[in-house]
Design a protein around this ligand. Sequence first.
Ligand code: SAH
Ligand code: SF4
Ligand code: F3S
Length: 495
Amino acid sequence: MEKNTKKYLILTYGCQMNVHESEKLAGILESNGYEVCTDATLADIVVFNTCAIRENAEEKIFGNIGELKNIKLAKPDMIIAIGGCMSQQKNYADEIMQKFPYVDIVFGTHNLADFENLLKEREKSGKKISRICEDETISLRDQMLISRTSGVNAWVNIMYGCNNFCTYCIVPYVRGREISRPVQDILKEVESLLKEGYKQITLLGQNVNSYSGVDSDGNVSSFASLLKAVDSFDEYKYRIRFMTSHPKDLSSEVIDIISKSKHICHGIHLPVQSGSDNMLKAMNRHYDINRYKSVVTEIREKMPDSELTTDIIVGFPGETEADFEKTLAIMRFARYMQIFGFIYSKRKGTPAEKMENQVDAKTKKERLSRLLALKNEIINEKTAKMLGQTYEVLVESYDKEKDVLFGSLDSGKTISFKGTENCVGEFLDVKVTEVRKSVIYGEIVQKDKIETYSKKNFKYPIEVSILPKEKNAMKILRENKRNKKINDNKKSKEN
Ligand code: SAH
Ligand code: SF4
Ligand code: F3S
């Protein structure tokens, strides 16, 4: 007889930190006998791993939880759990339970490691559970099983939380204070990932430069020393990336180590947020634009092949046209390879929420579109210069339908080219043969080597959705609904 395995679905919103924490939630569910599925109609449990960074993230999540209502009506035994940064906000757990009475479990960022117990409690008692923990018992997460599905990429937490309190940002309130993992734990994890065959390790923290974990002698290690140590596994070919760097803390020592390292990428994400000193001050960023420019200059001098990416907020309270033009000026100065531009979004409980001079929606939108226009101009110009150049590329994935490979340059830029699935996980020289705006296409230089590569077993995320993806999912749903009706009728007759 076929075993009837319970199925799970995890919907992830937000940053890389959340992507990785969903791998930890998947680890918990799989060690409890659950198997991943493609859509909510097939699932026995649906977990939302939420984000609260901007209002539109929250609106999308609320919309998606709403979409589950009908499926839950047809499948009353399906468990719906809401975790992550949105749930961790003050009073949100109650709001979620009130708005969506069919939700079964609400948990926060600090009790993610406890999810297994919450699940068991719910399965046993059948009662709804809402538990948000204020303590940062986070370090427990280090011992968790991780079901990695990011292909050649592996995420490694080096620290949790944030102490910076940028005035616009909700993260310090939902992630708590900074806690750094011990050096040895990180090194052990990195080494075992390399042994397992992962090729690109990204060190995760909200401000990696303020890393201060203990080393094996009991001394506090800086981010610079940690970087040196993770760069030292020379028996492997791999890349190290890290995110995110705070411009106030990115030291000359760190830049030196990156420039002399074997494995650390020269593509660096350095969020500027604004080009105006007035705005940086109001944002509580603790650097001015001169400091930022001198960091950029130092990176360029020490690594002429470096590429920068950034985050920018437009329409922060009080931002004038002159302030915004300074943001455009820093974009021209730093010539970023990628820019993530955001419209300022009010977050409850943050200092900026209460600031006067909020910028009107129309101005914010108009500034974002000017930012995007300049962004495209810069990136397209930079991309055009790549034509004919050869780069070392890490082959990250293969699209079977299109028969095309996707890889990343050291800068993080994506390139696509022809080859075979066996090339995934290899570092290959690829020549850029075509440029379309900011998109690049290439050709493997040593094609004769392709047949010497063998297939590796990387796991990728499966595409999940709330609504039916599989043909028979609606059928199952209809059957469930019919069975429920029959049962309900039976029950009411019995009564
Ligand atoms: N710790 C990282 C980034 C965290 S959030 C850092 O300091 O860079 C990612 C980005 O979201 C931020 O860099 C910022 O540009 C943006 N962001 C954060 N809060 C926001 C808000 N309230 N409105 C709009 N964008 C915001
Ligand atoms: Fe938010 Fe600032 Fe912390 Fe980044 S450094 S997470 S923007 S408070
Ligand atoms: Fe990340 Fe969103 Fe939380 S950006 S830290 S998931 S608020």
